[in-house]
Design a protein around this ligand. Structure first.
Ligand code: SAM
Length: 270
């Protein structure tokens, strides 16, 4: 997606008429500059399990941001009902606006996404969803958690799935060998830099522009209130993920796609 050609300058977007679609597209472009084959990973999450296309699936998207994976899920499964969870009130607001716009533009034929503000580390909201989901998905979010909280999250995902349900996590997954991981990191940075050199904005650039455009200091103050980064840019080692998922009770644990330290890991609750 090339937003560079028709970018509206930040000052020219009055906050009352914020163009959420424009900012969603900028989010997508920014994330895609960091993550090789980002959309391919999303598609795989919904192609690999053998669900019928018209199935009324219940799907949970962890660390949903503005709903990138959620909206991809709806393209594959238009009748799905999706619970999209994130701690960030600003990204959730964007997700809600996009979902409403899709409905009004009749891209979606019903309101089938609930965006919920919650901390993944908080056990309380998980209790409402025991055995609730056919599919739990997450992209580029779980590496924000410490190893302990990730282990706990994997255990909660297992409880939240129906028997036969699938879990897919597309994220940074480190090599088990630190020397190899250092190479991965270097090669990924070079690839990312080449993208930024074409003019795509980075994380800080996106947030600077977006904050100015939204112009709601209270909303942005809220996202500063919770300190939820506690992870690592490399993610946890591959062996950690595989072992932990198996310990939680998952079967069919497998890496379905990998590019250097980026991977899609899948697991099933038998
Ligand atoms: C890089 S963004 C990815 C968003 C989206 N999945 C995507 O692929 O575009 C990571 C997201 O994880 C969320 N996140 C990180 N730690 C979290 C936590 N403990 N609870 C809830 N959300 C969290 C952040 O707020 C952020 O929206």
């Amino acid at each position: 997606m090339n937003e560079k050609t028709n970018c509206i300058s930040v000052q020219s977007v009055p906050s009352v008429e914020l163009n959420w679609q424009h900012w969603f597209a900028r989010w997508e472009a920014m994330q895609s500059a960091y993550l090789p084959q980002r959309e391919h990973r999303f598609d795989l999450m919904f192609c690999l399990p053998e669900f019928l296309q018209d199935a009324k699936l219940r799907i949970l998207d962890l660390g949903c941001g503005p709903g990138s994976v959620t909206f991809c899920a709806l393209q594959h499964y238009p009748n799905a009902h999706i619970i999209a969870v994130d701690a960030d009130p600003v990204l959730l607001e964007m997700g809600r606006e996009i979902e409403l716009a899709n409905y009004e533009l009749q891209i979606a034929n019903r309101r089938n996404v609930e965006f919920i503000q919650a901390d993944l580390r908080d056990g309380n909201w998980w209790e409402d969803y025991e055995g609730a989901f056919d599919l739990v998905v997450s992209a580029t979010a779980l590496h924000w958690l410490s190893a302990g909280h990730l282990r706990e999250t994997y255990r909660r995902v297992y409880c939240a799935l129906k028997p036969g349900g699938w879990f897919f996590n597309a994220d940074h997954i480190a090599s088990d060998d630190p020397v190899t991981q250092a190479h991965y990191r270097q090669l990924l940075r070079e690839w990312q830099q080449a993208n930024f050199d074409t003019g795509v904005e980075d994380w800080d650039g996106f947030w600077q522009g977006f904050e100015a455009a939204v112009n709601q200091p209270e909303l942005f103050a809220q996202r500063e209130e919770v300190e939820y980064w506690e992870g690592s840019d490399d993610g946890n080692p591959k062996l950690f993920h595989i072992t932990t998922l198996r310990e939680c009770g998952f079967t069919d644990v497998a890496i379905h796609w990998q590019d250097l330290g980026e991977a899609l890991i899948g697991a099933r609750k038998s």
